[in-house]
Design a protein around this ligand. Structure first.
Ligand SMILES: [Zn+2]
Length: 340
C-alpha cells in the first residue's frame, strides 16, 4: 500500500513537488530556498504537508517577505531559514491575500515589521478569520484525516506501522500548531497600487481586480521581470470557493500588462509560459458559462458539480476527469444570485 497516497490528497502532492535541484537551491532543516532572481528566493517547506509559497526579497539593507505560510510555527521556520541566506533584518511582510494558508503566520513577525495588504485583506483578517469557511473546512479536514490515520494505525501490520505513525505525528503536530493561531491583519493597506523602493530594488504591489478573493495583490519586481501572483494565477485553475470567476478573466488580462518573464505562484513551482494565463482565462470563461446554464435550469449544486464537463481543457490544462469542485459551483451560483 502506498501510505502517503492513501493519506494525502493527490492534488496537494502535485502542487508541492520539488523543483529540480541545482546550484540555486539551498536546503535548510525546514525549507527549500530557490534563488529565482538575484537575491530573490522562493521559499517552500520540505515537510510533506500542504503549505503555501513565500517569496524572500533580500535588498541592500533589509528583507521583504511575501506571505507568511499557514501557521505561526511554519512562519518561525521560515524566519529561521531566511537567516541561512542573509543576516539583514526583515522589515516588511506583504500578504498576497487573506486566506489562512498564506496569512496565518503573520503574528510571529516582530512588532516593527510592517505588514502590507489590500484593503479587502485587512477587512477579512481584522474580521473573524477563524470563522472563514476555508479555515473551518481545513481544520475539520485535518481532524478527519487524523481520525482516519488513527484507524489505519489500529489495523496496521507491524511492517506498515512506522510509516503510518510518521504521518500521524505530522498531522498531530499540525493540529497543535493551529491552536496557536491568532490572526493579525495588515497595518498598511493599498487599494490599487503601491511601490516600495529599498536600496536599488523596486518592489511594486498591484491590485488588478477581484479574482481568487476580493483583494489579491501581485508583487512585481520590474528589474528582475518577476511577478509573485499568490493564488490569483497558479499553473492551472485555482480554488474558486471565495472567487469572482466572472471578473477573474479580466483581472488576468490586466496581469498580462506587466513585462514579467517569470511567475512565482502561491503554490507549486515558478513558470515562464505566458500562454498558461490565456489557458486559465479560457477555463474560467467556459466554466462560468457552463455553470450559468445549469443555474438557469435550476439544477442542484451537487448534480451540476458532478455533471459539468471541463475535459475540453485537457490539451492545455490536463483536465482529464468530468466534474468540478462543488464549492466552485456553489460560489458561482451565489454570484449569479447576487452575492458579493
Ligand atoms: Zn488562497
Amino acid at each position: 500500500m502506498n501510505i502517503q497516497q492513501t493519506i494525502i490528497p493527490l492534488v496537494f502532492l502535485a502542487l508541492s513537488a520539488p523543483l529540480v535541484a541545482d546550484e540555486h537551491v539551498i536546503t535548510t532543516s525546514s525549507h527549500r530556498l530557490t534563488e529565482v532572481a538575484n537575491g530573490v528566493y522562493l521559499a517552500q517547506t520540505t515537510a510533506p504537508l500542504f503549505n503555501s509559497n513565500s517569496l524572500i526579497i533580500v535588498n541592500e539593507e533589509d528583507v521583504v517577505v511575501v506571505d507568511s505560510h499557514l501557521t505561526p510555527a511554519k512562519a518561525r521556520d521560515l524566519i529561521q531559514s531566511i537567516k541561512s541566506v542573509t543576516t539583514k533584518p526583515i522589515t516588511t511582510l506583504i500578504n498576497s491575500h487573506f486566506h489562512w494558508d498564506h496569512a496565518h503566520g503573520n503574528q510571529v513577525f516582530e512588532d516593527g515589521v510592517q505588514i502590507i495588504g489590500h484593503e479587502y485583506t485587512r477587512m477579512k483578517l481584522a474580521g473573524t478569520p477563524l470563522e472563514e469557511t476555508q479555515y473551518v473546512l481545513a481544520t475539520a479536514g485535518n481532524k478527519a484525516t487524523l481520525a482516519r490515520i488513527r484507524e489505519m494505525l489500529t489495523n496496521a501490520s507491524e511492517e506498515d506501522r512506522p510509516e503510518i505513525q510518521k504521518w500521524f505525528d505530522l498531522y498531530s503536530q499540525q493540529a497543535e500548531d493551529w491552536k496557536e493561531i491568532a490572526p493579525i491583519p495588515p497595518d498598511t493597506t493599498l487599494n490599487d497600487r503601491m511601490t516600495l523602493f529599498r536600496g536599488s530594488r523596486e518592489i511594486q504591489i498591484h491590485f488588478f481586480g477581484r479574482a481568487h478573493t476580493g483583494g489579491d495583490v501581485t508583487v512585481y519586481l520590474p528589474a528582475e521581470k518577476l511577478a509573485f501572483t499568490g493564488d490569483m494565477m497558479l499553473q492551472g485553475p485555482s480554488f474558486l470557493g471565495d472567487g469572482y470567476v466572472d471578473e477573474w478573466v479580466q483581472t488576468l488580462e490586466n496581469l498580462k500588462g506587466l513585462a514579467f518573464e517569470t511567475i512565482v505562484p502561491g503554490h507549486g513551482n515558478p513558470f515562464t509560459d505566458r500562454d498558461l494565463i490565456s489557458h486559465v482565462q479560457a477555463y474560467y470563461a467556459d466554466l462560468w458559462q457552463k455553470v450559468a446554464a445549469m443555474h438557469e435550469q435550476g439544477i442542484p449544486i451537487a448534480d451540476a458539480a458532478r455533471d459539468i464537463d471541463m475535459t475540453n481543457h485537457a490539451p492545455t490544462l490536463g483536465v482529464r476527469r468530468k466534474g468540478v469542485d462543488p464549492q466552485a459551483v456553489g460560489r458561482i451560483y451565489a454570484r449569479l444570485d447576487g452575492a458579493d
